[in-house]
Every structure is written in structure tokens, then in C-alpha cells.
Design a binder for this molecule. Structure first.
Ligand SMILES: *Cc1c(COP(=O)(O)O)cnc(C)c1O
Length: 350
């Protein structure tokens, strides 16, 4: 087609988690139980006003998040999922085709996509031998063209966290001119006391953007709502490039109701925290290389056996997420679903 950008042909396609009848889906890091009844009621009530446009500025949700986080509303930008905010970050920081967006690899598969959509150049820095961000190498790779750096903690898909001390060293080395987005999509699952919490570093670092989401621990992946906490001028820019009305009234109401029921939702995370230890230990005992995880998924570093392993699990009606030729990411779910995973895995010759 004549006027379509030819470079889109090479755009890496986002591979959605597959749903197969009778199979359990451990491919998208969702929680397998629906939102609490009270959250569903708030969603239904908002749906009844579906003839009206949503609040463009998501004022009530923004105010609520500001209260929860103890920051001013001017520091918050709500987005249609934090994936959308990733794309907005490229839009607000990159203009020339020489502009660079840096991220570790392997990391979240949306980063290269939003970078290319934004016409910027992706610079990838390999994870270290422990499947962690190599922040020294990333800082050393900053050039005058670097505009934005994504740091994912816990890292999707390897589950490893960035520690506060190393992140502060990294911010100091990068300096104030480059936007640094700390993607904390799995923040609620983090138990490591040394792990970074980006919201504590915002005062000292106006170039820091903390991304969080309602899709994981808050069980609203289908509603599409996430947020950025950052310096006021960055938040203002993010709001400017947001697709108008893309955060639906249902999403806004659902997110507020989820915050009302945070203790119920977050206590369910504790079961996953226990299960991720059990699942990892069983996998390690079976001979797999699995880094310790602070998220609701585990990473099996399977290398060239990745595709075979994923096919084998599929035949056992367990859908996992392969990233050939690096490894397989598997969501840690309920004890029953995790048992089905382990059963399938033990039938695979490692
Ligand atoms: C799941 C996930 C998100 C959240 O995406 P939403 O658009 O909010 O659903 C963001 N970053 C990472 C690394 C993720 O794994």
C-alpha cells in the first residue's frame, strides 16, 4: 500500500498469549481469578454510563493515586495500560531517527516495538550472566543521542530485580539529561528488601519515570490502565501525547475500586510469592536453570530447546511463553495450575 511506512514490515510482532480450550494459560502473567465482586460491581456501574465519554483527565483516579503514593497529582500521568505509557515516553523524548532508546535484552518485548513505532533507534545491552540488568554496561553505552532508557524491575521475562544501590549509581552515571523509565509492572510481588522502589527516588531525580499497572496484581489486565509517576513536566508531556479518552470510564472506575480493595488483592500476591519458590525449587531440582524471581513468573533458560519445550507443554495443555532461542517464561499461578505445569515439565527430558 502506497503511503504505509515500509519500515513497519520489519516491526517485531507482539505475540499475544494463546488461549487453547481446556488448557491452562501461563503465558501472560495474569492472575487466574477474576477481580473481587465489589470491583466488578463498580465496573458494572460505570458500564451503565457507557453512553458518555470518560473523564479525559482521569481526575478521580489521578487524585486517588496521588493520595496513595503521597505525591502531588501533577506528578502522575494515567495511561491506557503502562504499555501505552512506554510508547508515550518514546513520543515525548525522540524526534530524530538518530535518537536512541536503550534497554536490556532480553527484556519486555514491547520496548523494541514502541521504539520502532517512534522512529527511534533501539540500543540493546545484554543481561549479565545472572539474567540481571548490566547497569554499568548500560551507563557506559549512553551517547549524546540517548534519549530514553527502560529499566525493567523485576525484569520481564527473567524475574530478576534491580537493587536500589546499583540503580542510584546508575542514575548518577547517566546524569539528568536522559529520561530513565523504571518499569515496575510487578512491584506488588517484590519481597527483596534491597530491591529498588522508584517512587522514593523521584525528588532527587527529575529525569526518572516510574511505571506501574493495574494489569497484574490488581487483576485488571482486560481494562487497560497503568500510570507513570515522575516530574511534573514529564507528566504533562505524557498527558499531551496520550490518545484522547483512551482510558475508559470503566477502566477508571475499576482501578479506583481495585485500590479500595487493595488489601484483598495484595494478600493474594502472598500465595504467589510462596508458590514461586516452590515452583522454582522443583524446576531447579529437575535440572533447569531458573533465576530466583521476584515476579509472578519464572524464567527457564532453555536456549535452543525453547521451542520444543513450549510445544511439549502445549501438548500437555499448559500454555507457556517461549522466546526462542533464549528461554521460556511461565506464569506462577494457583497451586493447582502450578502442579499441572510441574507435571508437564517433569515429562520433558531436560
Ligand atoms: C505486563 C507488563 C506491563 C503492563 O502492561 P499494561 O499495558 O499495563 O497491561 C508493563 N511492563 C511490563 C514489563 C510488563 O510485563
Amino acid at each position: 500500500m502506497t503511503s504505509i511506512r515500509p519500515d513497519l514490515d520489519s516491526l517485531p510482532a507482539y505475540v499475544p498469549g494463546r488461549a487453547v480450550p481446556g488448557a491452562i494459560k501461563l503465558a501472560s502473567n495474569e492472575v487466574p481469578i477474576p477481580p473481587p465482586a465489589a470491583v466488578l460491581a463498580a465496573i458494572a456501574e460505570a458500564a451503565a454510563g457507557g453512553n458518555r465519554y470518560p473523564d479525559l483527565a482521569a481526575v478521580a483516579l489521578t487524585e486517588r493515586l496521588a493520595t496513595e503514593l503521597g505525591v502531588g497529582t501533577e506528578r502522575i500521568a494515567v495511561g491506557c495500560g503502562s504499555v501505552s505509557l512506554c510508547q508515550q515516553l518514546v513520543q515525548i523524548s525522540c524526534r530524530e531517527t538518530t535518537d536512541e532508546v536503550m534497554f536490556a535484552w532480553r527484556s519486555f518485548e514491547a520496548y523494541p516495538i514502541v521504539t520502532q513505532i517512534g522512529n527511534a533507534r533501539a540500543v540493546t545491552i545484554p543481561l549479565d550472566g545472572d539474567f540481571r540488568h548490566d547497569l554499568d554496561a548500560m551507563a557506559a553505552a549512553v551517547t549524546p543521542n540517548t534519549r530514553l532508557i527502560f529499566v525493567c524491575s523485576p525484569n520481564n521475562p527473567t524475574g530478576t530485580v534491580v537493587h536500589r544501590a546499583e540503580f542510584e549509581r546508575f542514575l548518577a552515571a547517566v546524569g539528568p539529561d536522559v529520561l530513565v523509565a523504571l518499569d515496575e509492572a510487578y512491584f506488588e510481588y517484590v519481597m527483596d528488601p534491597e530491591a529498588v522502589d522508584g517512587t522514593r527516588l523521584l525528588e532527587a531525580h527529575p529525569n526518572l519515570v516510574v511505571l506501574r499497572t493495574f494489569s497484574k496484581a490488581y487483576r485488571l489486565a482486560g481494562l487497560r490502565v497503568g500510570y507513570a509517576v515522575t516530574a511534573p513536566d514529564v507528566a504533562t508531556a505524557l498527558r499531551k501525547v496520550c490518545v484522547p479518552f483512551s482510558i475508559s470510564s470503566v477502566a477508571q472506575a475499576g482501578a479506583i475500586a481495585a485500590l479500595d480493595h487493595a488489601s484483598e488483592l495484595l494478600s493474594a500476591c502472598k500465595e504467589v510469592v510462596g508458590e514461586r519458590v516452590r515452583v522454582r525449587e522443583a524446576l531447579v531440582a529437575a535440572g533447569y536453570t531458573v533465576p530466583a524471581t521476584q515476579a509472578n513468573f519464572v524464567w527457564l533458560a532453555l536456549g535452543e530447546r525453547t521451542a520444543d519445550f513450549a510445544r511439549h507443554c502445549g501438548e500437555h495443555k499448559v500454555i507457556v511463553r517461549p522466546f526462542h532461542p533464549d528461554g521460556v517464561r511461565v506464569t506462577v499461578s494457583s497451586p493447582e495450575e502450578n502442579d499441572r505445569l510441574l507435571e508437564a515439565v517433569l515429562a520433558f527430558a531436560p
